[in-house]
Design a protein around this ligand. Structure first.
Ligand code: BYC
Ligand code: FE
Ligand code: FE
Length: 461
């Protein structure tokens, strides 16, 4: 089999000479990047992974043992929609574009590069986590997320290679050159330069930051540039699992904390070797606020241009009565803003609503244990670095604080060095089949019908 026959795709790769040639150059660099920046210490192990082999229902649910470097990263687009039309903005109702419209070339390239940049960034952020996995089930889930984020990078590189010529090839190389957290060549968006050094951070990231991914992808899936719409629609099918890993991960940490309190009668969960609920709350405060920044400024002329051009829409645009958004305004921080300029905030609002539901599901676990404690989302003004609230200091309830007050109280709101150190200390790897670390409860079901007591990762001896 040639290298390219090994790439599952529904884009006629074997006959697309231009794409083949571009990939031929890029692929070895991608593999080098994966070997340098992918999960460290597990590249030779057999991992029970799901691989997408086609877009047919069931076609992407192929499970088998595979060594990560042999994972079949593929290129998939959701099936085309007959006579699809631009759903919003100035070109509303016209046929969608199959080629890049010249006037929007830079805008589109920027959107695709920004999206593409987050994918390898997350793999870099998570590359050491395997070494402290609480069990083989979670270890496997981490790797599943990692290989799929790798594939999401491929999805954006496919667009750059196919539609942006030489610029696209250069951007594709740069996507492999920036590094999360580097002072020299950092990743583009801030949350993707933050360290993820413990599993609670990982679950928070996959809950809140992958969920930003879901909302951004939903907005791009509305795009009038049809290839972007179709690629992102397929990416969304994978995103669901990432958010499941996050939400169920936090839930299991919360459940364990509750069990510990009930079993020992001791409310000091740390004394009993678990993660206490106030620490969970601080991690929520951190990752939710970092993820809110990813939606950009509340008032944004960029967002207005993306919308006018028909390049980035609203979630399920068809549900809105008016697709031009030329009239009407949106209430942003006590002011009425022309709707098109408020598109970042519109998207952020749907995101916040979705996050509220996660919190409610976590709180149900606490209620079930009859423990008097409630987790909550911090106010949107809290700990922001982008947009209207970035200039001030606010507590998690949204009350304004002076800088001195903030400095004095910061560690009440956000994990401090001691909290991180405590959580990191709990992170001892558990690699025996069927065993799990003390600080987290077992999942209720395994993967693909397998029991929890399954060898999800076969460690090379
Ligand atoms: N950090 O008009 P503004 C995912 C810049 S996650 C740093 O307010 P705009 C995933 C902005 O570039 C989804 N810089 O916002 C999750 C602009 O710069 P210039 C990723 C930021 O332009 C987990 C200036 O500030 N996808 O897939 O509407 C694991 C003013 O900007 C930030 C996307 O984001 C920030 N947070 O940008 C793996 C979709 N925010 O023009 C993967 C594509 C803003 O002054 N991106 N800036 O140089 C976009 O749609 C938009 O670029 C943004 C908002 C949503 C980022
Ligand atoms: Fe992704
Ligand atoms: Fe994701």
């Amino acid at each position: 089999m040639s290298l390219y026959e090994r790439i599952p795709n529904n884009v006629n790769l074997s006959t697309d000479k231009r794409l083949l040639r571009a990939l031929e150059h890029w692929l070895p660099n991608y593999m080098q990047w994966w070997s340098d920046m992918g999960p460290e210490g597990f590249q030779a192990d057999d991992v029970y992974l799901r691989t997408a082999t086609s877009v047919e229902p069931g076609g992407w649910a192929h499970f088998d043992y595979v060594k990560m470097p042999d994972y079949r990263w593929g290129i998939f687009l959701a099936p085309p929609e007959h006579d699809r039309r631009v759903g919003f903005g100035d070109h509303f109702g016209k046929p969608v574009w199959q080629e890049v419209p010249g006037e929007y070339r830079n805008m589109l390239r920027r959107l695709i590069v920004t999206q593409g940049d987050t994918e390898p960034a997350s793999v870099e952020q998570q590359r050491l986590l395997g070494q402290s996995a609480p069990c083989l089930y979670d270890l496997r889930n981490l790797f599943q997320v990692n290989v799929e984020e790798g594939r999401h990078l491929w999805a954006m590189v496919y667009l750059l290679h196919s539609y942006f010529g030489r610029d696209g090839r250069e951007e594709s190389e740069e996507l492999l050159e920036r590094r999360s957290g580097s002072s020299d060549k950092p990743r583009i968006l801030e949350a993707f330069n933050e360290p993820i050094e413990d599993w609670l951070s990982f679950y928070m990231f996959t809950t809140f930051t992958d969920r930003d991914g879901k909302y951004q992808l939903l907005a791009l899936a509305e795009s009038g540039f049809d290839p972007l719409s179709r690629t992102t629609r397929f990416m969304l099918t994978e995103e669901a699992h990432h958010m499941f890993v996050g939400e169920s991960g936090v839930r299991r940490v919360v459940r364990r904390a509750c069990e510990i309190m009930r079993e020992t009668g001791d409310d000091d969960v740390r004394r009993q070797g678990g993660v206490d609920l106030p620490t969970v709350q601080k991690y929520i405060n951190l990752w939710f606020s970092l993820s809110l920044d990813l939606f950009g400024g509340e008032v944004s002329s960029n967002a207005a241009s993306f919308f006018s051009a028909g390049m980035k829409g609203r979630v399920q645009e068809e549900k809105y009565p008016d697709h031009l958004a030329l009239e009407g305004s949106y209430h942003v921080g006590g002011e009425d803003i022309p709707l098109r300029n408020a598109m970042n905030e519109v998207l952020r609002d749907s995101y916040i609503e979705d996050c509220e539901k996660c919190i409610a599901r976590w709180n149900r676990v606490i209620d079930e244990h009859e423990i008097q404690y409630q987790l909550r989302l911090p106010d949107r003004r809290f700990h922001r670095h982008i947009g209207a609230y970035s200039a001030g200091c606010f507590d998690p309830q949204g009350h304004k604080l002076s800088e001195e007050q903030w400095n004095a109280r910061r560690d009440e709101f956000l994990p401090g060095e001691k909290d991180f150190a405590y959580v990191r200390n709990l992170m001892v790897p558990v690699m025996e089949i069927g065993k799990i670390a003390h600080w987290i409860s077992k999942p209720t079901t395994g993967i693909h019908g397998m029991p929890f007591e399954f060898e999800y990762v076969r460690r090379e001896q």
